[in-house]
Design a protein around this ligand. Sequence first.
Ligand code: SF4
Length: 371
Amino acid sequence: MNKPQMAKERPEAPQMPRTMTHQVMVGRSGHGGVAVGGGAPVSVQSMLNAPVHDVDANLRQIEALAEVGCEIVRMAIPERTALRSFAQVCARSPLPVVADVHFDAHIALEAAWSGAAKLRINPGNIGGLAKTDQVIDAARGAGIPIRIGVNAGSLDASIAARRDLTLPQKLAESAVQYVRYFEEDRGFRDLVVSAKAHDVPATIATYRILSQRLPHVPLHIGITEAGTVMQGTIKSAAGLGVLLEQGIGDTMRISLTDDPTLEVRAAWQLLAALDMRRRTPEMISCPTCGRCQVDMIPIAKQVEEALSHVAKPIKVAVMGCVVNGPGEAADADVGVACGAGQAALFRNGKIVAKVDESRIVDALLEEVEKL
Ligand code: SF4
């Protein structure tokens, strides 16, 4: 007889008040800077993927990201020759720019003085403690925070080799050791920590341990290398949704193998779904069925696309028939309940017009404009 499958042992789910973490500023307060931790709203980040030497392309991408609600951008500086374009991007960017540096501490030092709003390093690959000290001193001098980013793929060899620890325990242990060094040995507390795995349960477990062992440190949460849009969004929503709901995570990135604006849109959708932050309209649309007498799916897609550019935290319903349509449409700020070739248009709970199928999208958006 098969034994019943035992649930994997997981750390207990805590409820962490976000006010327990101390607050760091990414960028200058009052000049587009973003507070992270200390009860600040969970901020949305993304990472540039334009060629590093193309300043204009990076700035265009930042503009596009800002338009969909990105609050912090990160730029890779893979080689010293990219520092020049990094400085130009920082000087002209409307959003705080984080320098992402691996292997070469000199790049981190230069980035700190080139306008970086934060440094993201992995002390395990930056060249030893002496180099790490130089980076800390540069960040302190420039008055910017550091994100200590630990990844499953680049764990410190001494911790990676330990057989008594699970992967989440290794990731957390590595981050805790670095934080102790930064805070206790070097007196540097302007920190954010991330410790990511591409495995969702491992990431959840890691951040739960971190939130218990480092309750004062703001956490940057994400599922690394999550995949393309469908898989990456689902993995990120599953992992980050659990964490955010438990009060864990002060800033977030949804990593997708695609246009970074999709990462930002997905992040906002997740925050809205958890009723934590809203920026764009929430769309309620029915899945359609045999009762539907209009071509609903393209209508819903057009409305979704148009609403992604509307920065109003409202509810918009697009419903296919009279079963649930009038109720949902009346409950939303603006809505349509479709019938045979036409729709009843609702605003603030009342029918304001009957519109032909061909005008549903335009009429709905005109009502959204009026709100
Ligand atoms: S609202 Fe009407 S068309 Fe849409 S799923 Fe429900 S019953 Fe079907």
